[in-house]
Design a protein around this ligand. Structure first.
Ligand SMILES: O=C[C@H](O)COP(=O)(O)O
Length: 249
């Protein structure tokens, strides 16, 4: 059975003042049946990891480089992220695939670098509105999954986040049937590639306009093991009810 995960991606939002939101979450969720992961901007990683040490909250980064060191100005290596005390890293978010032209091969290399550093990679997949309207969703997701997830993936090294690009930050959410169709497909592909036991253990998160008002409904869906939340993860008061909905799902 896959671990339930409530993950928050703060994207390029937050300063040291935002750590108070983490403090609130830490206090309000001192124990939790699901894993809680907060991915703040890189400058906050070290302090966030310190603040949440020995709590139910895990810290993750939003990206990593494929290499361990070198002349890559502005980049951060996976082992540097692990050194801050963080344990997760998001790779292949659609915003990076688009803005930095990251291809599946780059995402897979990043996920491998994360694994080698002892981090769990949250590998993001998602179709554009154009793909969806052309009925290409499963082809796109299948290609991204095959190309972005490393061989030998396990539940400890990889989490999958399905995030339809058209649902990110738009308030538009796919129907439950659409989410179920894609998550069932991903589960089937993972089982076929990694075996039934491992395939069923890898957590599948849904992302795209998840909020307190729709979380419980989304978490009812088979093969939805949690969420990757953007906007509604910035304030503890918005994210807490999403965690609670996952706990009771
Ligand atoms: O990584 C998170 C996703 O991009 C979802 O963002 P959102 O919840 O603001 O739509």
């Amino acid at each position: 059975m896959a671990k339930k995960i409530a993950a928050g991606n703060w994207k390029m939002n937050g300063t040291s003042a935002s750590l108070s939101e983490l403090e609130t979450l830490t206090k309000s969720h001192s124990t939790c049946d699901c894993a809680i992961v907060i991915c703040p901007p890189a400058p906050l990683l070290f302090r966030a990891a310190n603040l949440t040490q020995d709590s139910a909250i895990n810290i993750g980064a939003q990206d990593c480089h494929t290499d361990q060191s070198g002349a890559f100005t502005g980049d951060v290596a996976a082992h540097m992220i692990a050194d801050t005390g963080a344990s997760y890293v998001i790779v292949g978010h659609s915003e990076r695939r688009e803005a930095y032209a990251e291809r599946n091969r780059d995402v897979r290399n990043k996920a491998e670098a994360a694994r080698d550093a002892g981090l769990t990679a949250i590998v993001c997949l998602g179709e554009s509105l154009e793909d969806r309207e052309a009925d290409n969703t499963l082809d796109i997701i299948g290609g991204q999954l095959a190309g972005s997830v490393p061989n030998g993936a396990t539940a400890d090294t990889v989490v999958i986040a399905y995030e339809p690009i058209w649902a990110i930050g738009t308030g538009k959410v796919p129907t439950l049937d659409q989410i179920i169709q894609v998550h069932d497909f991903i589960r089937g592909e993972l089982c076929a590639r990694f075996g039934t036991e491992t395939g069923n253990q890898i957590s599948l998160l849904y992302g795209g306009s998840v909020k307190a008002s729709n979380a419980a409904e989304i978490f009812k869906a088979k093969n939805v093991d949690g969420a990757l939340v953007g906007g509604a993860s910035l304030q503890a008061s918005d994210f807490s009810p999403i965690i609670d909905a996952l706990n009771t799902a």
